[in-house]
Write a protein that binds this ligand. Sequence first.
Ligand code: ADP
Length: 989
Amino acid sequence: MSRISLGLVKALRSQSLQARSTWQLRQDALPALLQTRRFFGWSSNSGDDGKKGDVPESTGTSESSTDERQSGRKSKRTSAAAQEGAIVPVKQDGHLRKDSSGFEPVCMALPLFGRPLFPWHNQLIQITSPKIAKEILSLTENSKKMTHIGFFLRKSMPNELPKEGEEEDLLPSAKLEDMSGEDPMEVLHNVGTIGRVAQAVPVWSPKDGEVVAVQMLVQGAGVVRLEKVLNKGPPLQVQIAQITPEEWDGKDEMVRATMNETILTVQEIMKVSSSFREHAQYVNQSLQQRNARVQPDAVAHLAASLTTAEGAVLDATNPLDKLRLALELLKKELEVAKLQQKISNQIEEKMSKNQREFMLREQLKSIKKELGIDKDDGSETILQKFKERLEGKEVPKEAKEAIDTEFEKFANLAKESQEYQMTRNYLDWLSSMPWSVYSKDTFDLKKAREILDRDHYGLADIKDRIREFIAVGVLRGSMQGKILCFVGPPGVGKTSIGKSIAEALGREFYRFSVGGLYDVAEIKGHRRTYVGAMPGKIIQCLKKVQTSNPLVLIDEVDKIGRGHHGDPSSALLELLDPSQNSAFMDHYLDVAVDCSNILFVCTANVLDTIPGPLLDRMEVIRLTGYDLQEKMKIAEQYLVPNAMVEVGLKQKKAEAQSEVQVQKVAEEVEKSEDAKPQEPEPEPEVKAEPKQLKPEVKAEIETGAIESLIRWYCREAGVRNLQKHIERICRKLATKVVEKWEDKSQGTSSKDTDATGDAIDPSKSEVIELRVDEASLSEYVGKPVFTSDRLYEGQLPSGTVTGLAWTAMGGSVLYIEATALARRRSDPDKPATAPPMLAVTGQLGNVMKESSQIALLVARRQLQARGKDGFFEEHELFLHCPEGATPKDGPSAGVTMTTALLSLAMKKPIPTDLAMTGEVSLNGKVLAVGGIKEKTIAARRAGCKTLIFPEANRRDFDELPKYLQDLVAPSPSEFHLHFAFDRGLLIEG
Ligand code: ADP
């Protein structure tokens, strides 16, 4: 490989040198030189009357040209001489003869660069040194004989090449021709070629008409040795000696064979190389013509002239050596030519393929046009649109390839074809992906706190967790690889906090729910082969938000389904898993999409149903429900103001929302505006006649009303239901405002109070004042949903215990009722031996059923320990949990059931204000349970003063906010909190 390229470089280098020394022909010299081509048999034009290679030897040129020069017409003279064909040909054997051909042992010598002149060969040589050029011209014009010049190859170029423009009049080569500053014996090869100047054409300076160069056609005549330098010149004068080649008797087989091989190689080069073709043809013809009496050295020289040969061929005197050297060079040249041809073929092939495609495409277009298929279907415009979308986006390599392929396909599809629409949709999706488009994260803790506080009351722990999360992001510089999961009852702000995080981070927000989702295609997309195929949710999200790093909220991960269309939870895992999602594969898109920069936030009501592998990768943040106090604050500070703004009873004021009492703020505004000229105040956004002056509206929901609303209408853990109720009240308020307003505007002055008892002051007719208090609440939201917190008022019957339960909606009080009926015994004197029977009712789940069995066992043991055996065996036992329509499950009622059974057996009623929770093991150990906060709130609501929790839950109770702990125990004497130990807690005595 390196050898080939070296050869190539070498070839190119010597060719460029060649070009510099020989082929710098001027335009005006061309006609004369063309003439010489004819003479030397280079062209075979028809009507060529001169016989190729067989022109009579004559020296007439110089004579006639001398005469004409005297008449002063230089250029015409020379070309005229050339047209006469009066150029002395080379002798057939190519050897100089001292006598007849005017060979002189003393002659002018000129250096050649790169490649020697060979005997038998004609070469154009340009001399750019004005002095030497003039000398040559005077020699050719004055001498009656042919001018002979010795040409010797320079061994090397001088170290310092003259810089261009150094001497303005001289070309760089002119300096090289001038040998006066060097030792020619050192610098030149001592074997060279004597050449006959067949023609010399002067080149004049356009400035002053002086001769500045000469172009000569030189015929190589014979090999000579440089004997002595006579005068360094310029021009250089030397003494030379002729080198006569060794005689060949024409019998040596080796020589003949080598000669034939050389001729064949020349012919081969001719076929391969177009650049050599003409020259090689000439050489070939020369060889053919002289085949019979050909000389080995003539063949060698002609062949070598084809190559980028150096002087070695000239130096050899043995015919076989000479031929071998020439053949070697020729073979190398053949290799280079072949390589050249290969390269050019390859390029040509590629070019022609492109051209062919282009041609075919054009033809296709015109065919389509002819057939009327191509009715400017707008494909171009669509393609253009897609391309514009992709501008400036850094599309990954894989996607780029897919897009390019589709573009190409789309351009050739007929609009009517089904594939057209499919490809178009696909390209639409591919081009509208936000490839490498990212929004900048704002890692600003202060701003994050502001936004979280603005939107949510309380939730201090959660807000801190989120701030920690952002702080880690600040340090790491990215939020990559994190999945947050908010777990808690509905309406506690899981979704809205996700939205606030997105805003705090400055990311786009997108939400989708996977609740009840059973088809993998919803997440991973359909394959494109289906009709109406669509990409999955996440790709839809990216298209919508147009950034590659949004915050995606996946709702209800605990309710993800599982159908016959694969397992969506594994697809979700693939999407969420930080180790997989950098190359998420959507079935529709079919190219990898980087989802690793998306911040995933999931929400769930319970943890149990979240698939394990998914849960493993999540950072779980629990949101417990709100108690009355918290709900009051949320309602007053967030829900009521927002609802008022929503229905148009108030104007949106960011500052007002942060105030505790919106009404107070309104009053302040009112006061401050009293001083100013009267302007219409916050007005309801209701359709009204524009000409009327809008009255001032003062609407308020009193704290008492809010409390009753929470107490008797909205008991669930979250605030969504509360929000709905408040909105309902506000809508009703708005209706009333408009009604009153209309009454007033129609002149039907209203009474002092209206039917609902709302006060209307007729003296201040511009002010409409509405107030919702505890008493009027039912007019707005109907009768209370809950009438009492307790099922039992007064003393509980023995066997009935207040338990505490936790549901997805929050905490609640759960009664356990146990009763017994005496068993009929076959022999009333004998004690009963049959195992006790316990029937449970009330939609209890498996775990709860098992709990009841354990409770019975523990109760029996407790009873035995107290020496009161036999009750359970002698009675049929029934256990029921009221609200039989509601399914219940879980182990936390173990303690309650045991207590109920013991209370029944011992006929000891349990205090009404005592509530308990805890799981019981077979050995009577009490285990920790969940939902302490919710249960505490529920117990308090039910008016329980004594709570019994498992000892293991002491930590949970201690972690409750202080006010909740206090709330449970308003005064220590009144309230008893027990932590149950394994034994002795249940019933004393
Ligand atoms: P979830 O997703 O938990 O079911 P949402 O986030 O949809 O609940 O919340 C329901 C409504 O309750 C929202 O309007 C939200 O603003 C409001 N909300 C919930 N918690 C709070 C809070 N702590 N402060 C203010 N508003 C809240």
